[in-house]
Design a protein around this ligand. Structure first.
Ligand code: NAD
Length: 419
């Protein structure tokens, strides 16, 4: 088996983390158990470009239990948990190509190693793998029956490819499933972004002036959690409805050019580029901290920050770089502008990834059944899968809910009764 990980001797620690996470992933564990019996993915070659975390390891184990032959590579240069990567290879015999801190060349070398596995189905978190299948590895795209996409930014890229008529195989917008973004993007990113910032800075959130760029699923999750810890939270938006929602949720809303003057901690969660840029850095207070929790490291204009600086002190703390500007003010950039929750902390808690990755696993099974029948387009996850994941998750929490009575069913399907 081919692989490239940092240090195989880390495997025992990684295995403990994987098994610890599994305890909090009961829905995925039940799917794994069923897959191990039914083998719905028998003989399927899968390549997955995902954050190499303990939760991803449990998804890979589930696919493998279902009969798939899985290869993994990282979907971000800084998100790999090296001990988990080692255990995937040593304990679970899953071909893994991922090293935390890998440079761009190695990152793409690893994507190509995963594609050398000759997958028939792929999983992506950000569409980098699918992008290679449409550019440098076009021949390999002919084999693909479908690809699953985990995040908002990836879905945006895939929809752009579909709109331009470039998409070559069916893709599934797993991110858009309610069982994914309502929980993972909101509660997962919300909590783990706070976690990453605290691990990087050891800040007290109470009383901190926090500026959150983007009030989408991730932004509102983080804003809610930061406020819960006593931070004074301001939102910046470009969408009028989202801005109104933020106002009525009780946040201050203003343009970044205004927020930049007073903020102490800035966090971007937009999926857009250059949200924090030169004009904003120049306005910031001394010792302002900037971090990103959106998918790519383009939300903060780091080249502009470098250009404005006379000196850069790397790693004044782990994951903290100090930029000293020509105006003598200091700006601290966390985790090189990469996803702070994965670079400085451990990403989303397993309990929420249980829902995202159960949706992924069931979707893989569905795609196998629908092989050859799915149009080349961006597809939504079927409602039946979302319902199944929600029912199983509630069950795992020992929570039951009410059922419609026959009378209520008839009422909801009728128009006769009014005032
Ligand atoms: N950190 C993580 O683990 C994690 C998890 C899930 C998603 N993501 C990523 O986070 C990003 C956001 O995802 P989401 O699901 O919240 O998307 P979303 O579409 O729900 O929200 C993005 C919001 O940003 C706003 N926005 C866009 N440009 C802006 C700008 N210049 N200034 C202010 N606001 C702006 C949009 O109007 C929108 O409301 C994506 O890149 C996604 O892939 C990260």
């Amino acid at each position: 088996m081919k692989y490239d990980v940092a240090d195989l001797s880390l495997a025992p620690v990684g295995k403990k983390r994987i098994l610890w996470a599994e305890h909090d992933m009961p829905v995925l564990a039940s799917i794994k158990e069923r897959f191990a019996q039914a083998k719905p993915l028998k003989g399927l070659k899968v390549s997955a470009c995902l954050h190499i975390t303990a939760e991803t390891a449990n998804l890979a184990r589930t696919l493998k239990a279902g009969g798939a032959d899985v290869a993994l590579c990282a979907s971000n240069p800084l998100s790999t948990q090296d001990d988990v990567a080692a255990s995937l290879v040593a304990d679970f015999k899953i071909a893994t190509f991922a090293v935390c801190g890998e440079n761009r060349n190695t990152y793409y070398k690893h994507i190509h190693s995963a594609l050398d596995h000759k997958p028939v189905m792929t999983f992506d978190d950000g569409a980098d793998l699918v992008n290679e299948l449409h550019t440098s590895r076009r021949k390999d795209s002919e084999r693909i029956i479908a690809s699953m996409e985990e995040t908002t930014t990836g879905v945006i890229r895939l929809r752009a490819m579909a709109n331009q008529g470039k998409l070559k195989f069916p893709v599934i917008a797993v991110n858009d499933a309610a069982t994914k973004h309502l929980f993972d993007n909101r509660y997962g990113t919300g909590q783990s972004t706070v976690d990453g910032i605290i691990r990087a800075t050891d800040f007290l959130m109470a009383g901190k002036k926090v500026v959150v760029a983007g009030y989408g699923w991730c932004g509102r999750g983080f804003a809610m959690r930061a406020r819960g810890m006593g931070a004074i939270v301001t939102i910046t938006e470009i969408d009028a409805i989202k801005a109104l929602e933020a106002v009525m949720d009780g946040f201050e809303v203003m343009p970044m050019a205004q927020a930049a003057k007073t903020g102490e901690l800035f966090v971007t969660l937009t999926g857009n580029k250059n949200v924090l840029r030169a004009e904003h850095f120049k306005l910031m207070k001394d010792r302002a901290v900037v971090a990103n929790s959106g998918h790519f490291n383009v939300e903060i204009d780091i080249p502009a920050l470098k250009k404005l600086s006379t000196k850069i002190n790397r790693n004044v703390r782990r994951c903290v770089d100090e930029y000293i500007l020509k105006n003598k003010k200091r700006i601290y950039l966390l985790a090189e502008g990469r996803l702070i929750n994965l670079a400085a902390a451990e990403g989303h808690p397993a309990s929420v990834m249980d829902m995202s990755f159960s949706t992924q696993a069931l979707q893989a099974e569905y795609v196998m059944k629908k092989q050859g029948k799915l149009a080349v387009a961006v597809h939504d996850v079927p409602k039946a899968i979302e319902d199944q994941v929600s029912i199983l998750k509630l069950k795992s929490m020992s929570i039951s809910i009410d059922k419609l009575t026959a009378e209520q069913k008839a009422y909801l399907a009728s128009s006769g009764e009014g005032t």
